[in-house]
Design a protein around this ligand. Structure first.
Ligand code: CA
Length: 432
């Protein structure tokens, strides 16, 4: 809202973000911070809570965590998103879509934005995933007070976020966490010692690497987002990170703080050739230049989204972005190049190049991707019949010798298959 000639945010009507990052760090929709370990599958957030499945919800997000070092700290290795009949699995930097049926319009789109993969849904839910251990879940205000899980209930009060699945308000983070397990048979996890106590020799290095969060680099953000919790989390993760991928641990922790700053409208250029560098120039080819942006363009003109208009109003996301020249204004994510003209995307979200032939569900129809989109026309040569799960071309014959009515054949004709006695075809064959 505009007040006294400046823009102010009305916190009562704001969409909210739940963050899970690094080694078991959470920030709920109502801004409660907590850290917990546990190796299981947990409900991060879902709607239609406490209704005993009488009515199916719109969505449910589950995280699967495993140990990510020898100290007992846990990292998320997979995130599963249930959206109506669709199931999305985010793991190994990739997204897999399962249980997608036929021509149902998919209620989400995915976009690569910098280091993140963004999943935008039509129901007021946006996931921003760093393809590793961090995920930012943006939820529309209309879900206020209507969700539950490790991300809390989004009612504006951080005091009641430790509400268990059985609706008890608890103090103990372990009790809260375990109530949101999706299976009962996970091993019990006790983190007896803090990671830095297990590896005290790592403390000086961790402090040196994480210091950037409380340094002048992030100074303009300190007032907006308290750096101390992120600093402590960074130290803990850097101590815990003892099975390789050292840099990943503190880079993820710093990136999470930078992202929280970006959400608060403070853009910080924190990466450098010595601190968690991203080498965007490595992508430079095929007529487009890649550049690092600390708070990147939120909505690019891409072939999957040529209008350049996006459903969600995401704040800047860091990473490498292509800059397309004016004569090739669209970025083609599927071919990783800037193009003047895009190919086609069908209802199933599959991408086709210009001129590519597309298989049609309708017999006698030939489809091609053109500049005007997918064009189909009647073509006799494309006619076919389906018989016992097999496609047959016009004129093709399948034999059914064992039929009770004697020798019979199945023939594919323009209007579909016909069954004829064998002698009829033999006669036709003899015709000149
Ligand atoms: Ca709450």
């Amino acid at each position: 809202m505009c007040r006294n000639r400046t823009w102010v945010c009305d916190s009562q009507s704001k969409n909210a973000v739940c963050t899970m990052y690094g080694e078991g760090h959470f920030i709920t929709f109502d801004n409660k911070y907590f850290t917990t370990n546990g190796n299981c599958r947990y409900t991060l957030v879902q709607d239609y809570c406490y209704i005993n499945n009488l009515k199916k919800g719109n969505f449910k997000i589950i995280t699967e965590t495993i140990p990510c070092g020898t100290t007992g700290a846990s990292c998320s290795v997979a995130i599963t998103v249930f959206l109506g009949v669709h199931k999305l699995i985010l793991t190994d930097g990739q997204i897999d879509v399962l249980e997608r049926s036929g021509n149902v319009n998919i209620p989400f789109i995915t976009r690569k934005m910098g280091i993140y993969l963004v999943i935008e849904t039509k129901i007021g839910l946006v996931l921003v995933w760093d393809r590793k251990t961090s995920v930012f879940i943006h939820l529309n205000i209309h879900y206020k007070g209507k969700v539950c899980g490790l991300c809390g209930n989004f009612d504006g009060n951080s005091e009641n976020d430790f509400t268990t699945r059985s609706r008890c308000l608890v103090e103990d983070v372990k009790e809260f966490r375990d109530s949101w397990r999706t299976s009962e048979d996970c091993p019990e996890v006790y983190l007896t010692k803090e990671p830095c106590a297990v590896h005290p020799y790592r403390i000086p290095w961790a402090q040196m690497m994480c210091h950037i969060i409380i340094s002048e680099v992030f100074e303009k953000c300190h007032e907006e987002v308290d750096p101390l919790r992120f600093y402590e989390a960074c130290i803990r993760d850097t101590c815990a990170c003892d099975t390789g991928g050292d840099c990943n641990c503190f880079c993820t922790a710093i990136a999470a703080y930078a992202q929280a700053c970006s959400e608060a409208c403070v853009c910080v250029h924190w990466r450098s050739p010595t601190v968690c560098p991203l080498f965007c120039e490595a992508y430079n080819e095929n007529n487009c230049q890649w550049h690092y942006k600390a708070c990147g363009a939120t909505c690019l003109k891409t072939c999957r989204n040529p209008s350049g208009i996006c459903e969600s109003n995401l704040k800047g996301l860091e990473g490498c972005y292509p800059k397309c020249p004016t004569e090739r204004p669209y970025f083609n994510e599927d071919e990783m190049q800037c193009v003047a003209e895009c190919g086609c995307v069908d209802n199933d979200n599959s991408y086709y190049k210009l001129g590519e032939n597309i298989e049609s569900c309708n017999a006698c129809e030939k489809c091609t991707c053109t500049k005007e989109g997918i064009q189909c026309h009647y073509d006799l040569s494309a006619c076919n019949c389906e018989y016992q799960g097999q496609k047959m071309k016009i004129g093709e014959i399948a034999r059914l010798e064992e039929s009770p009515n004697g020798c019979q054949i199945v023939k594919c004709e323009i209007n579909g298959t016909v069954t004829l006695p064998c002698y009829l075809t033999e006669k036709t064959h003899k015709e000149p």
